[in-house]
Write a protein that binds this ligand. Structure first.
Ligand code: G3H
Ligand code: 13P
Ligand code: ZN
Length: 332
């Protein structure tokens, strides 16, 4: 099975009330952990690389790692550029064999965002590649760009029809209260659950999501910054020498609710980082004498696999949907 685009995945996700997990990849063990879980659960998957990942690993390594995953696992996999900062990066990924790119023009003015997104869409579509665009701005850090919470702003529903029709983009990332990283909310913004002691953040703006859906019915919506910062992995990290205080993510119930709506793609990176770090820290605490990387990276990979399986079953709802997507692609 070759790499696939996201059109058919999103069509089925929309019809079936589930979402496709888009997981960030930076090395072989992350690719293996994610795709191992997806293959066992017969789930489609999007593997995405940021500009930082391409710099760290070299884009060619990432492309070949993902191709290797396709040889080993019989599931639909899309290879996506996450937060493409400019036309040149998007073009380079398209020329490298990516099947989907994001152009992130969210920090430009509305008009500039339209203009720059449109340029990427024209090139991408001429090569059969789909484009994700972003309207509204999330708080948090990605690569070298850091957006303060007070500079972030929600997507304006009244702008989406013009944006989508003028750019020709294939999916739209929106801002409804998610943010990047493992510290999405300050403790002051949250209430502490008296029974569990876990910090609970304010609800996502489902009212804005509903308004956007009304404006562009059936159009695939993307949620960035959607890690839940699962307490289990944070605890393992902290119990094994880590120092992550007051890490807070998006509660899984809210993501499940989003996945049942027009949200077709849910981006997860921080949860992968936490799972891998938990596995490696736990291993080193138990085996301080080990120094073979295979010994300590494998537990990180195992936790990534466990985490992704949990997401597919409990959050995304994409278990068992691979055959229907493959059929749609094959009958195109
Ligand atoms: O949205 C950002 C992703 O978590 C990628 O992070 O730019 O550090 O690779 P990165
Ligand atoms: P998290 O930091 O919540 O995992 O978000 C990842 C993301 O949006 C990648 O584009
Ligand atoms: Zn993102």
């Amino acid at each position: 099975m070759p790499l696939v685009g996201t059109k058919e995945m999103f069509k089925k996700a929309h019809e079936g009330g589930f979402a496709i997990g888009a997981f960030n990849v930076n090395n072989m063990e992350i690719v293996q952990g994610i795709t191992g879980a997806a293959a066992e659960l017969n789930s489609p998957i999007i593997l995405q690389c940021s500009a930082g990942a391409r710099k760290y690993a070299n884009s060619r390594y990432l492309v070949h790692l993902v191709r290797a995953a396709l040889e080993v696992n019989d599931i639909p996999i899309a290879l996506h550029l996450d937060h493409g900062p400019d036309y040149a990066t998007c073009k380079s990924c398209i020329d490298d064999g990516f099947t989907s790119v994001m152009f992130d023009g969210s920090h430009y003015s509305f008009e500039e965002n339209i203009q720059k997104t449109k340029e990427v869409v024209e090139y991408a579509h001429s090569k059969g590649v789909v484009v994700e665009a972003e309207l509204g701005q999330l708080a948090g850090v990605e690569d070298d760009v850091s957006v303060d919470a007070d500079k972030a702003h929600y997507t304006k529903p009244e702008e989406v029809v013009e944006f989508v029709s003028k750019t020709g983009c294939d999916s739209l990332a929106i801002a409804i209260g998610t943010s990047h990283g493992a510290f999405k909310f300050t403790p002051e913004q949250c209430t502490r659950n008296p029974e569990t002691g876990v910090l609970e953040p304010p609800e996502l703006r489902f009212d804005i999501l509903a308004e956007i859906e009304k404006q562009i019915p059936g159009f695939p919506i993307v949620l960035h910054g959607a890690s839940s910062v699962i307490p289990k992995y944070v605890k393992i990290i902290n119990d094994n020498g880590g120092k992550l205080k007051d890490a807070v993510g998006i509660p899984e119930g809210q993501l499940r609710k989003a996945a049942k709506s027009a949200v077709c793609k849910i981006n997860i990176d921080s949860d992968l980082r936490l799972a891998m770090t938990a596995g490696i820290r736990e291993h080193f605490m138990a085996h301080p004498e080990h120094f073979d990387p295979r010994q300590y990276i494998a537990p990180g990979r195992d936790y990534i696999k466990e985490l992704v399986a949990h997401k597919i079953k409990e959050v995304l709802g994409s278990e068992g949907t691979a055959p229907a997507i493959m059929e749609l692609i094959n009958n195109k």
